[in-house]
Design a protein around this ligand. Structure first.
Ligand SMILES: N[C@@H](CCC(=O)N[C@@H](CS)C(=O)NCC(=O)O)C(=O)O
Length: 119
């Protein structure tokens, strides 16, 4: 199986994708970045995600960015985890809405997270 690597900073939106990876249950590595030190703007990370943001997920040669897209990708890619709702099922829309909401609505406790709350 292709290797999974999550580019992660805590606290940040990448925690959402870390949670999703735990639910998927496949082995993965974490590449930890420090937002306060500007790690996401270092050239080696910009080569992974030119937007300079976490999360990013590497799966083999593929790089997926955006928390909601990563969650949807993982649900599609690892059907054994049963985290997806099949196409043609009405509640598929509300599942997608929940993923989008969780990915775009950081809780108030994140307001002190550098370069995160206003992103
Ligand atoms: N729309 C993106 C937003 C990603 C984002 O803003 N990430 C913040 C942390 S929560 C970040 O990496 N900030 C670093 C910076 O702007 O320097 C997503 O949902 O993944």
């Amino acid at each position: 199986m292709a290797k999974l690597t999550l580019y992660h900073a805590a606290p940040s939106r990448s925690s959402i994708t870390r949670w999703m990876l735990e639910e998927v249950g496949e082995p993965y590595d974490i590449h930890l970045l420090n937002l306060s030190k500007g790690d996401t703007h270092a050239p080696d990370y910009l080569a992974v995600n030119p937007m300079g943001k976490v999360p990013a997920l590497k799966h083999g040669d593929a790089v997926i960015t955006e928390a909601a897209a990563i969650c949807a990708y993982l649900a599609d890619e690892f059907p054994r985890a049963k985290l997806n709702v099949p196409i043609g099922t009405p509640r598929r829309g509300s599942r997608r809405a929940l993923i989008s909401w969780a990915s775009s609505s950081p809780p108030p406790t994140w307001s002190s997270a550098p370069r995160c709350a206003s992103a």
